[in-house]
Write a protein that binds this ligand. Sequence first.
Ligand code: MF3
Ligand code: CO
Length: 254
Amino acid sequence: MALKTPAEITAMRPAGKFVAGVLSSLRDVAREGMTLKDLDAHAHRMIDDAGAHSVYLGYHPSFGAMPYPGVLCTSVNDAALHGLPSDHVLADGDVLSIDFAAQVQGWVADSALTFQIGTQTDEATRLIDTTEKALAAGIAQARPGKRMGDVSHAIGRIGRAAGYGINGDFGGHGVGRTMHEDPHVANLGRAHTGMKLQAGLVIAIEPWFMAGGDGYTIDPDGWTIRTADGSIAAHAEHTVAITKDGPVVLTARD
Ligand code: MF3
Ligand code: CO
């Protein structure tokens, strides 16, 4: 597990800013009638214009039925994670999660957000707000002197208190020159347990909650993770550097 020097964390800032800017832009342009592929093309243009590099396109872990076909994960309604940018036409009320990572000047940043297209429902607003709150609570624990279990516990507590489904199988991870590094950052855990957090550790913290139960299914594509009960899901993620002064959110959006 590689710790970064302060200079390396500074060098990761352009990647963080770029990923944040793409997500803000996608949120601005996403509307009813657009397809998920349209959003993917929008992000792809921004990558090309910036001279950045997609870390999703062509990524092929053993579980994928095919190499990853886009630069974004676009997960709608009951899709929670890893939804493929398809021909799905965004409809009023769709709950859209966008997960985006890219490499800029040799360093990666990874971030996700969830929002609703058009009419805002109370159910989706509460789920999205709670997921954001859990992310903020996890980030607040990301400081030297705390343990990884403190981050996991802070996230899981907020999801459970709201009555949401949480599944521990997918979570956050170290981030550096590549998208996935050690350690794993679980969304459920016990306070005061796990590895000690040190300055120089850079991690993606990424709660994802389901409005219903804890179960999920995986589509035949091997990628798309859906709630087992068809309920909606939300996902929020930031890449966070742990420094002696506390957490620095590299993917903060203005
Ligand atoms: N950003 C996702 C994560 O949280 C990974 C996406 S996998 C990809 O770790 F294949 F879609 F790229
Ligand atoms: Co991630």
